[in-house]
Design a protein around this ligand. Structure first.
Ligand SMILES: N[C@@H](CCC(=O)N[C@@H](CS)C(=O)NCC(=O)O)C(=O)O
Length: 213
């Protein structure tokens, strides 16, 4: 049994997309992070955040770890380069880079944090933007020539940061990448369902008044 702890329109939406790509059966457990997750959820996720998964009693937290774990558990989906494949290095690097560097650097930027690179492990926002621009100009996907689970995480991150948060310049290379990786049935399916789930969340209901998806 695979249980997915999720809150719509949150960082766990990337794992929702991943699960749809994998095509495996799972049970979704909604966590109302906007109202505050119950204290006992800390036994699943120590910071009471989503996503988390429970796979036959094995709990995995953190998007990068969940992505690596699930893509290796369900290799038939072909979303993870095998251990000896040269593209595995870029695959793993992208997953961890997205969560440990890009995501916090963007948060620091949008919250106006002023700092020097050496003070924070994630370094500078401008360096992250330049790196991703170079990387995605050199190859169409995060790990090279084909779509992998790393594109679920990076694609969701760039899409959200550029199009919703407005925290990333709308460079053609980013726009083309987002178009390439989101033009997939699993992305569209998970996004449609996520909007339906968001409409049930009291914190979002004002947004939906007269405009229910
Ligand atoms: N490092 C975590 C971050 C997850 C995260 O930030 N989740 C947010 C939703 S966007 C959350 O659950 N926040 C609820 C809270 O902090 O109470 C990961 O990558 O999985």
């Amino acid at each position: 049994m695979l249980t997915f702890y999720h809150a719509p329109w949150s960082r766990s939406s990337a794992i929702f997309w991943l699960l749809e790509e994998l095509g495996t059966d799972y049970r979704m457990e909604l966590v109302d992070i906007r109202a505050g997750a119950p204290e006992d959820y800390r036994l699943i996720q120590p910071s009471k955040k989503v996503p988390a998964i429970d796979h036959d009693g094995t709990i995995v937290t953190e998007r990068a770890a969940i992505t690596i774990y699930l893509s290796d558990q369900f290799p038939q989906a072909g979303l993870a380069p095998p251990i000896n494949d040269p593209s595995r290095a870029a695959y793993l690097t992208t997953l961890v880079y997205h969560d440990a560097v890009f995501d916090p650097a963007v948060s620091a930027k949008v919250h106006g944090l002023s700092y020097i690179s050496n003070d924070y492990s994630f370094g500078l926002y401008d360096d992250a933007v330049s790196y991703l621009e170079r990387k995605l100009s050199a190859a169409p996907f995060a790990a090279g020539e084909r779509f992998t689970a790393a594109d679920v995480i990076l694609g969701m991150g760039i899409n959200y940061t550029m199009n919703i948060l407005k925290g990333l310049p709308e460079k053609p290379v980013f726009k083309d990448y987002v178009s390439r990786v989101t033009d997939r049935p699993a992305f569209k399916r998970s996004q449609e369902r996520d909007a339906e789930l968001a409409a049930q969340v009291p914190a979002f209901q004002a947004l939906f008044q007269g405009n229910t998806p």
